[in-house]
Design a protein around this ligand. Structure first.
Ligand SMILES: NC(=O)c1ccc[n+]([C@@H]2O[C@H](COP(=O)([O-])OP(=O)(O)OC[C@H]3O[C@@H](n4cnc5c(N)ncnc54)[C@H](OP(=O)(O)O)[C@@H]3O)[C@@H](O)[C@H]2O)c1
Length: 327
């Protein structure tokens, strides 16, 4: 690839910093502009990463004709309106997870992107890690036989912040949409089909969102997944995939650098697959390759997968009666 892809960064919060650090390691990426509604943040961000243009209004960013693709790094509740703004100004989009608040919004974004022949992808960075690519290769070869069971947890103990994005319902707060999406997405990657049985439970905190929640999926051949997420308790962040010939354990399964394989009657073997930089470079690279190839979606994180995950999250929330203003 010789042409540079020019990026715009929309929103200057925590994740935008890590993403840009990853992006800066990619030869074909040029970070052309950044926008934050907080003027000081826009200026400081542009100066820290040497970005030539900064704006205090998102509309100025999307009007910049040189920007090819926009990375959306705002809180969940803004993903739909920010992505739509970009699409309506002819920009390709990489939008942070969860893609939207619900599947209705996701469907609308995908339809608009297709109509306008623009690329759009949910930033489910896990899918692009070298270790995950290797895991899928091994599973497809049947290394652990028929997969029967998955267990995955993502709990991070956060200090209470009722106005912050984890707890504030108007920002799309709740463990499921922020953290639970990882084990849910992981289960989808492992089992591929739609679960026939979905059972879930949650604990609502003071602000009315799930502070922790668990999900149980059962698939058509009796395969099962036990999944958990929380922002009030710390967990190991481990995925265990169990099959007829053995099992695989992956620590930090949403951004792994190694996994262990234990086949029946054999010693446990560690496979190291370290990742470079912050790890966000892999999804960014996929976006650039797709744009250069004229593709409207990624084979590794296709539209139908994003939609399927959003529908699962809708169904789980439905079981609890958890609604957001966007519903
Ligand atoms: N892929 C990953 O590993 C990963 C990790 C963390 C988060 N994320 C995702 O990235 C997104 C952003 O997370 P973050 O931790 O970076 O969030 P954050 O720092 O709390 O906020 C990001 C940006 O959203 C806007 N924003 C935040 N609170 C707002 C409010 N109350 N009213 C209006 N605008 C507000 C601000 O945009 P301005 O700069 O324009 O003011 C802020 O800079 C989330 O959707 C999250 O799921 C992904």
């Amino acid at each position: 690839m010789s042409k540079k892809i020019r990026w715009g960064i929309l929103g200057c919060g925590n994740i935008a910093h890590l993403f840009v650090q990853g992006l800066k390691t990619l030869e074909n990426a040029e970070i052309h502009a950044v926008a934050s509604k907080t003027p000081k943040k826009a200026e400081a961000f542009s100066s820290k990463y040497n970005i030539p243009n900064y704006y205090c209004d998102y509309i100025e960013l999307v009007k910049n004709p040189k920007v090819d693709v926009v990375y959306i790094a705002t809180t969940h509740n803004f993903h739909f309106e920010n992505s739509m703004l970009c699409l309506n100004h002819g920009k390709h989009v990489l939008c942070e997870k969860p893609f939207t608040i619900n599947s209705t919004q996701a469907q609308k974004l995908i339809k608009t992107a297709r109509e306008k022949e623009l690329f759009i992808m949910e930033a489910m960075w896990t899918k692009f890690f070298p270790c995950i690519i290797e895991l899928n290769t091994l599973l497809n070869k049947g290394i652990i036989g028929d997969i029967r069971y998955l267990r995955a947890d993502f709990g991070i103990r956060k200090e209470p912040d009722f106005d912050g994005r984890m707890q504030n319902p108007s920002l799309g707060g709740g463990a499921l949409l922020d953290l639970g999406i990882y084990p849910v997405s992981f289960a989808n990657m492992i089992f591929k089909t739609t679960p026939l049985v979905i059972k879930s439970s949650c604990y609502f905190g003071k602000t009315g969102v799930d502070e922790h929640s668990s999900y149980y999926f059962e698939y058509d051949d009796g395969q099962m997944a036990h999944l958990f997420s929380s922002f009030i308790s710390q967990t190991p962040h481990e995925a265990l995939i169990s099959g007829t010939k053995g099992y695989i354990r992956i620590l930090d399964f949403f951004h792994p650098s190694k996994m262990s394989i234990k086949l029946n009657d054999c010693e446990e073997k560690i496979i190291e697959k370290p990742y470079k930089s912050t790890g966000y470079n892999y999804e960014a690279n996929e976006v650039m390759n797709c744009i250069m190839d004229g593709k409207l979606e990624s084979d590794l994180m296709p539209h139908k997968e994003t939609l399927k995950i959003m529908k699962l999250l809708d169904e789980i929330r439905n079981q609890w009666g958890l609604k957001y203003p966007e519903d």
